[in-house]
Design a protein. Structure first.
Length: 232
């Protein structure tokens, strides 16, 4: 393909992906109430007696609905987007690279989704910690946009950090590091994982830090084992 044909192909796939995001965003906009209830569940788990949101700006409701539509469109359309990205880069891959591409893409999506799920179920404990740390004199009524921002940030950070084993295996296959080197440095890796979990956990509560650090530790040793198998 010529450069112009590559650009035309990229534009076509970009337009299809954008259309999918818009369509699913409209669907998320229409399904605003059930989606909001799902997002509100961790808050109600932490504060079952009063888990209503406090709106102090007339535009807060509209802003929240637009944000839910935007993030919902990105989430629900992500399989279509990833598919078109994959179809665009596939012709440029060698046969050996294409053999590893599908497992790596599948593993990346699986681990990212697992991180989002862990963040969702950890967020209720994070809210409970944040409520208790302020003491009994405070009554918590959160702004929905700030709540959603913290929630989405936590899910995104967990999803990205759960890509850790995929990155390690890729580095092993690229001969940047070896399984032996990783196994030899496991003590330093555990210290680094603990520090990273403490720094990158948005809520700052101990349980969420453990929910991030423990899987990453398991993933570290899992990546060493997978790297040994693939390098044979």
């Amino acid at each position: 393909m010529t450069l112009a044909e590559h650009l035309a192909e990229a534009r076509r796939r970009f337009l299809i992906s954008s259309a999918a995001i818009i369509v699913f965003g409209i669907a998320a906009f229409m399904l605003y109430s059930p989606i909001l209830r799902i997002l509100q569940q961790p808050y109600c788990h932490a504060e079952p007696k009063h888990c209503l949101f406090l709106v102090t700006n007339p535009l807060d409701g509209l802003t929240l609905r637009i944000k839910i539509a935007f993030f919902g469109g990105l989430l629900f359309a992500s399989p279509i987007v990833f598919w078109h990205v994959w179809r665009f880069i596939t012709p440029g891959l060698k046969a050996s690279e294409r053999r590893y591409a599908v497992p790596f893409v599948s593993a990346s999506l699986t681990f990212f989704g697992a991180g989002v799920v862990v963040a969702y179920f950890s967020f209720g404990h994070a809210i409970r910690f944040l409520v208790s740390i302020g003491g009994p004199s405070l009554v918590s009524y959160y702004n929905p946009n700030q709540y959603l921002g913290l929630f989405v940030m936590m899910m995104f950070i967990f999803g990205v950090t759960f890509e850790f084993p995929v990155v390690l295996v890729a580095l092993e296959l690229a001969h940047v590091v070896t399984p032996r080197q990783l196994l030899h440095s496991w003590r330093y890796a555990l210290i680094a994982i603990t520090i990273a979990a403490a720094v990158f956990t948005p809520s700052g509560d101990p349980l969420s830090m453990l929910a991030l650090a423990v899987p990453l530790t398991a993933f570290y040793f899992l990546a060493i084992g997978v790297g040994k198998l693939l390098r044979r």
